[in-house]
Design a protein around this ligand. Structure first.
Ligand SMILES: Nc1ncnc2c1ncn2[C@@H]1O[C@H](COP(=O)(O)OP(=O)(O)OP(=O)(O)O)[C@@H](O)[C@H]1O
Length: 308
């Protein structure tokens, strides 16, 4: 069942159409990567889910209810939110900040401390937040978003400023929340390396949903080629005739074949039939390549059928 659902939602600010008939759904235990250029409509979507904005048209439902209604107040405690530029009371210590925010959410401050420990901030808990590095602030931000075991977690550019190890730790925490059944939306411009953590991807552009699906679905729809690089001796001579037309690069000891996603099977057969093969490597379009393809395709009118 979808925990978050936007159905045909439109939103306009003065003469600016920020969202045009956007439909999105996120289930329990699912991470949706919400991607899009600056001004695409990601933050507006997040604000609608938080109930901070009302749609002009369409319907927003979070845990089955309209988040903009007063009656949603109790449910709001089950939503965690990490905004892009997180700021705290700098004169307070990390422990004081998380204790205060825990109380606001109706929880014991001790639970906040447990989160600080889990996020590696236990030693810094007694220090004022103004002395924290960007990464430490980001972890404190994640700790406050995780207060109260949220059923919905909304993360806007959560890994900006984090080093590679901190980014990996961050995604491990997200993975754990996902396993506990949290529905997560992650907005990010940092696309490299996030693929393994996203169950589905939604790409927005000019307030529209341009594409949605899992990585395999987007790859299949993109029709971007897959490349198979073969390593060995005299491979081109041994290659079956059916694969000859797919050769895109040939050099001593190495042969590259390129085909459409549905030709993968044919390429796989090529591997099996080569006695001189020493090694091989598959290369499929990655998320940054797909993203670029979808955005450019939408800009010149090629992309029209990426949404299920
Ligand atoms: N309160 C507002 N008043 C007027 N226009 C707004 C308001 N909020 C958003 N917009 C406009 O709506 C469009 C979508 O903005 P939004 O903040 O949702 O984009 P975004 O995808 O989050 O962008 P970014 O990646 O830069 O954060 C933009 O053109 C923006 O200028």
């Amino acid at each position: 069942m979808s925990i978050i659902r936007l159905r045909q939602v439109s939103k306009q600010f003065a003469d600016k159409k920020a969202l045009r008939q956007v439909s999105l759904a996120v289930s329990s235990g699912e991470v949706l990567g919400l991607l899009g250029h600056n001004g695409a409509g990601k933050t507006t979507s997040i604000k609608l889910i938080l109930g901070l904005l009302r749609p002009d048209e369409g319907e927003v439902r979070v845990m089955g209810q309209d988040p903009a209604r007063d009656t949603f107040r109790k449910q709001r405690r089950h939503i965690g939110f990490l905004q892009e530029n997180v700021s705290f009371y700098d004169q307070l210590t990390g422990a004081e900040v998380i204790g205060y925010l825990a109380r606001l959410k109706g929880m014991a401050p001790k639970q906040g401390m447990t989160l600080l420990e889990r996020l590696g901030l236990a030693e810094a808990a007694g220090r004022r937040v103004k002395t924290y590095s960007k990464g430490m602030r980001q972890r404190l931000g994640l700790a406050q978003a995780m207060l109260g075991q949220p059923r919905v977690l909304l993360l806007d550019e959560p890994t900006v400023g984090l080093d590679p190890l901190a980014t990996r730790d961050f995604y491990q925490q997200i993975d754990e929340l996902r396993r506990q059944g949290c529905a997560i939306i992650l907005c990010s411009h940092v696309l490299a390396g996030v693929e393994p953590y996203l169950d589905r991807i939604a790409v927005m552009g000019q307030g529209r949903l341009l594409a949605s699906g899992n990585l395999a679905e987007l790859r299949a729809k993109s029709r971007l080629p897959v490349t198979l690089t073969l390593y060995g001796d005299n491979l081109e001579q041994q290659l079956p005739e059916s694969c000859q037309a797919l050769v895109c690069q040939s050099e001593p000891g190495q042969l590259a074949l390129q085909g459409q996603p549905e030709q993968k099977k044919l390429l796989a057969q090529a591997i099996c039939s080569l006695p001189g093969l020493r090694d091989f490597h598959w290369q499929q379009p990655n998320l940054p390549e797909l993203y670029q393809h979808i955005c450019y395709g939408a800009a010149d009118g090629r992309i029209t059928d990426y949404c299920p």
